[in-house]
Design a protein around this ligand. Structure first.
Ligand SMILES: *Cc1c(COP(=O)(O)O)cnc(C)c1O
Length: 467
């Protein structure tokens, strides 16, 4: 059934607009979780691939109909699972335009505008986070790739100090590269290291305290043996507790031992942009590299991660590719020199729009508002005899332990509680484990969440917990 829209010029734009409006109108009030089962989704999406293709209107209407019940309202105000974040209106608009403009942000020549926007965004971010002015920046898909890219540069720089050119010679026969991370390092740091040829078992683990912060005294013990070819992976913002490693103390140690300090600040680095929370990140400007996501707390639509390093020359030497058809520009910035990808989406536009719409004060307020709402959630849940708050409320993460009824088991209670909350639909949260104990994790990272959203969600969680 061809739609009337097919008659228009650019029918896809009007249709996408109508479909998007319907989605956004429902977003704040609909059930947060998905409504369809995997079987139902396979059924509605698995049509035979047609010979002749279909009109645009039909394709878009049928796609939106078929996926509807399998979409999660994670862009909405009461999704508290993982650390997700939604889409700020300005960023969402710019993201649409990015698709329409369809720029290839590989080199200056393929999109001068994308290249310069990335330059400007990079300077704004370095300034917001309070990093050294010479900090180099690359835009990648997410925290995983930001960690990977930063660690690639770290590997290059650390091995170079021992006279080893890893890009030319590879890892076989290289000087021993030590990598240190805490017990609480994010899983993506370990996968990034594995991509670099550094297997999980060879990563030296440092002990953490009861909030998941790396213990500086234990790092000192580990580094004791010498640190020149050592990379230390620290964390700003633990996914369970929101806690920060003591970066200033770690930086002092890594400097003394000549080691490279990397900070995984996928969401936590944004705290540096808030005067009220900045002290949590004290010392970050002394690190060698940082990973952060714009698609989490900055509320830019997926995908959007950022890698930053204090060593532009090492950064460029690690990633610059040359090919006969790439004429290197002298005065212009070629984005591909700072990331592992060549052709890619011009991610800078949405970050640019988000930062312009919020301003410095708006970014700080977004961070502070989410933290205040998380504290409010913790306060509401503390009233329940079945729930307890396990973390110090330093940021936007609430870690909830359970007290099951007599004879009940914590693991089962947590699992049932999470699935009951998810099914009921007011909000969405996920189970986790904290230092061996089953728990629920709540992350407040959406720009549109209000106090009323917190209150109805806390009530729904307490109802499911039975008090
Ligand atoms: C989310 C997260 C990552 C991974 O980021 P992606 O954007 O999912 O690739 C890494 N580290 C921390 C601390 C995170 O919260």
């Amino acid at each position: 059934m061809p739609s009337a829209r097919d008659e228009e010029r650019f029918p896809e734009l009007g249709l996408a607009h109508d479909i998007a409006r319907r989605f956004l109108d429902e977003l704040p009030t609909r059930q947060v979780g998905a409504r369809a089962t995997v079987e139902e989704l396979r059924q509605s999406l698995s049509t035979p691939l047609s010979e002749e293709g279909q009109p645009v209107g039909e394709v878009l209407e049928q796609l939106s109909e078929a996926v509807r019940d399998g979409l999660i309202a994670s862009a909405g105000p009461r999704y508290f699972g993982f650390v997700i974040g939604g889409g700020l209106p300005a960023a969402r608009g710019a993201d649409w335009l990015t698709s329409v403009w369809d720029q290839n942000a590989a080199v200056y020549a393929t999109s001068p505008a994308a290249s310069v926007v990335e330059e400007v965004v990079g300077r704004w971010l370095v300034d917001l986070f309070g990093l050294p002015p010479e900090t180099s920046v690359g835009l990648v898909t997410g925290g995983q790739m930001a960690n990977f890219t930063a660690l690639l540069v770290a590997r290059h720089a650390v091995l170079k100090r021992s006279g080893w050119d890893v890009e030319a010679k590879g890892m076989a026969g290289a000087p021993l590269l030590r990598v240190v991370a805490s017990e609480e390092a994010h899983a993506t740091v370990l996968s990034a290291l594995a991509y670099l040829g550094i297997g999980h078992e060879s990563v030296e683990r440092v002990r953490t305290d009861d909030q998941g912060r790396m213990r500086a005294d234990d790092l000192e013990r580990v580094l004791g043996a010498g640190g020149e070819t050592t990379i230390v992976c620290s964390q700003a913002g633990n996914v369970n507790t929101g806690s920060f490693d003591p970066i200033a103390a770690l930086a002092e140690l890594t400097r003394r031992h000549g080691a490279w300090l990397h900070v995984d600040g996928a969401f936590g680095l944004w705290a540096a942009a808030s005067p009220a929370k900045r002290q949590l990140t004290a010392g970050i400007e002394q690190a060698d590299s940082w990973a952060v996501d714009a698609h989490k707390w900055l509320n830019v639509p997926y995908d959007s991660g950022i890698v930053l390093t204090a060593h532009p020359e090492a950064h460029r030497a690690t990633l610059a590719i040359s090919a006969a058809y790439f004429v290197e520009s002298q005065s212009e910035r070629d984005p591909h020199n700072w990331v592992p990808e060549s052709s890619r989406r011009a991610r800078g536009f949405s970050i640019y729009a988000a930062l312009r719409s919020l301003g410095r004060r708006g970014v700080a307020e977004l961070v502070e508002r989410c933290c205040a709402l998380a504290a409010r959630m913790a306060e509401r849940l503390r009233g329940s005899p079945r729930l307890e708050i396990l973390n110090e409320m330093v940021l936007n993460q609430v870690l909830v332990g359970v007290r099951p009824p007599q004879g009940g088991d914590e693991e089962t209670f947590v699992r049932d509680l999470a699935s009951q909350v998810q099914r009921e639909g007011t909000c969405w949260l996920a189970p986790t484990h904290w230092q061996g104990r089953p728990a629920l994790r709540i992350s407040v990272s959406n720009w549109s969440t209000t106090e009323a959203d917190i209150d109805v969600s806390a009530e729904a969680i307490r109802r499911a917990a039975g008090g």
